[in-house]
Design a protein around this ligand. Structure first.
Ligand code: LMR
Length: 360
């Protein structure tokens, strides 16, 4: 499978392969974007007319997280809103927990039109545009308000539009949470404690360099394979949002959790552009409105679920929890500052400036 290598690789050669594969798809499916009553060339069952009124559609939405996470609840809200607003003309089938596609194949599936909506971590799109790794810039975003201001503003929208030339369309950003580290070797309260540990990440250059800067090794592993890798000991630890740490039951295979909050896990909601462009205006408007409602739901849930997950983890008592003092947290900030400086200086400068301004 070529897709996942392509997505995590930053050189032009690989990106050209992505474009070529779209060209091949266009040749394979010459009727693309015509609308009408035919089965859609992008794989969606498209049974209504594209001329007027809400079209009859079946939308497959695939993601890798559990249902009781900000992403899971937002996805279910999207389904509810779409089906309600369309009077049942549009059916949304939600496939959580990587049931339909996982990290290895979801991007290729959406480009091929085999699934209409996926919701990967933004960093998983960095093979197309490296600025999607902005959320992994260490200590870049202060809080939820900072993220929302950036995502709703020109910077966030400009970033989403970078997907257009790869046959995809970014519909929204959804929150997951700030990332924290678990491992089964040592209670981490200083960056030097991570030295020599092998940590799973969702991939990308920046987060890899963040761990390099702290003397740890990092490796990309698909989300739905992390529990087993921790259990087998092929990795010592991992980083994720508190809700993912809790819902994936990492406490069963990890002894230590440190609230580092060193980077952000944020999602991009991605659809197939050709499929989207083939929908009539009324249908697009309905989906856009439902997406706004689902985004609100994710935002409403993220801190609430985080608090609940922390309580659950504490009451289970399986992991030693380290809460860092401001001074200790500053040591993580200082250790990773060179990574921030390097990448904030090389990513899309307009977007970086807008992201920094959004926090002011
Ligand atoms: C990860 O791969 O670490 C997560 O972002 C998975 C997810 O989508 O919640």
């Amino acid at each position: 499978m070529r897709g996942i290598e392509r997505v995590y690789t930053k050189n032009n050669k690989i990106m050209n392969i992505a474009k070529m594969s779209l060209l091949s798809l266009a040749l394979l499916f010459p009727l693309a974007g015509c609308g009408g009553n035919e089965a859609s060339s992008t794989g969606a069952a498209k049974v209504g007319t594209a001329d007027a009124g809400i079209q009859e559609l079946e939308i497959k939405l695939s993601h890798v997280a559990a249902d009781n996470t900000p992403k899971g609840l937002a996805a279910n809200k999207f389904k509810e809103l779409v089906e309600e607003k369309s009077d049942g003309k549009i059916e949304v089938k939600v496939f959580p927990s990587g049931q339909l596609y996982g990290d290895h194949d979801e991007l290729e599936a959406v480009q091929a039109g085999n699934v209409q909506i996926i919701i990967p971590s933004a960093a998983k799109l960095s093979g197309f545009e490296e600025t999607f790794e902005i959320f992994d810039l260490p200590f870049m975003f202060n809080d939820e308000a900072h993220l929302r201001a950036f995502e709703d503003g020109e910077g966030g929208q400009q970033l989403l539009s970078a997907l257009d030339e790869y046959g995809m369309k970014g519909l929204a950003f959804w929150p997951n949470g700030f990332k924290h580290v678990t491992n089964n070797k040592v209670a981490v309260d200083d960056p030097s404690d991570l030295k020599g540990l092998k940590i799973r990440t969702h991939g990308g250059q920046i987060i890899g360099e963040v761990y390099d800067a702290m003397g740890a090794a990092s490796t990309k592993i698909a989300f739905n394979e992390v529990y087993q890798s921790l259990q087998l000991g092929t990795i010592d630890g991992q980083e994720n949002s508190i809700v993912n740490i809790e819902t994936q039951k990492y406490g069963e295979v990890q002894n230590n959790l440190t609230f580092t909050g060193h980077a952000r896990s944020e999602y991009a909601v991605v659809t197939n552009k050709q499929w989207w462009d083939g929908l009539n205006q009324e249908t697009q408007d309905l989906l856009t409105e439902a997406m706004a409602g689902a985004t609100e739901e994710g935002r409403k849930q993220v801190e609430k679920l985080e608090t609940e997950s922390i309580e659950k983890i504490k009451s289970e008592g399986k992991m030693t929890i380290t809460e860092l003092t401001d001074e200790q947290k500053d040591a993580f900030r200082q250790a990773t500052q060179p990574v921030f400086d390097k990448w904030a200086g090389t990513m899309n400068q307009e977007i970086i400036t807008k992201a920094i301004e959004a926090g002011n």
